[in-house]
Design a protein around this ligand. Sequence first.
Ligand code: PMP
Length: 282
Amino acid sequence: MIAFLNGDYRPLESVCISPLDRGFLFGDGVYEVIPSYRGVLFEADAHLERLRRSLAAVRIADPLEGAAWRAMLERLLSLNPGGDRAIYLQVTRGVAAREHAFPETAAATVFAMVNPIRSPEPELAERGVAAITLPDQRWGRCDIKAVTLLPNVLARQQAAEQGAVEAILLRNGQVTEGAASNVFVVRDGRVQTPPLNDAILPGITRRVLIDVLRDTARACVEQPIGEDQLRAADEIWLTSSTKELLPVTRLDGRAVGDGCPGPVWREALAAYQSAKPAGRSA
Ligand code: PMP
């Protein structure tokens, strides 16, 4: 697999990053995961816009100019031809002697690699997945896509140890999001997701789904979801660029609704699929 590091394209195995990189020492960096279907990037502009927003929020100067980002992503895809892919892209504050405050001179480290998208097994999507709830122990700027993911890692590990695919996080009695996904619930046919604020990542899949639902009879309401509403939901969905739209059919060991993926999820998935490049060319 060919990866990108600071202007060079080379085999991933030969990419070396200094132990003094601030991404390694402090988790001082931001990232994106951008899907592509049959070689066509999906929502690249939205991902790059979010990357710019994350960089600005942590005060890392944008290391590449507008069109150069896109050109790099396209080149990386062409060097790694094949099926559906997710480009992982990370920018850190660069290499400098270890000192918490920003270094005066350090060039940002830009790294990107390509991974196959592991689409959910059809049976998994048909049966749904299990999730657990956990207290949200993250910081106050979860809207920034920072590489500093220790609480997310610990939450996801706890979920895995309990046979679940995701941890749904609760803060002050309300759902924020999953450890690596946004959350939607359905009650009496009404679709709801928490509003954007600094407690959640503005997911691109979340936004695409809200847009496509607006064109159906299922417009989504962006309103806080209380813990009781989560537990009483007929359907719960998780969204992310690599998971797309997954139905949660067990929450903390109990069935969600009738324990099967719901009819509104099926409608929403069809609407989402039609927005993807693969849907357009199918
Ligand atoms: N929230 C968190 C914490 C995430 O890590 C992700 C996945 N990157 C998402 C939400 C979903 O975002 P997106 O739809 O842009 O992949």
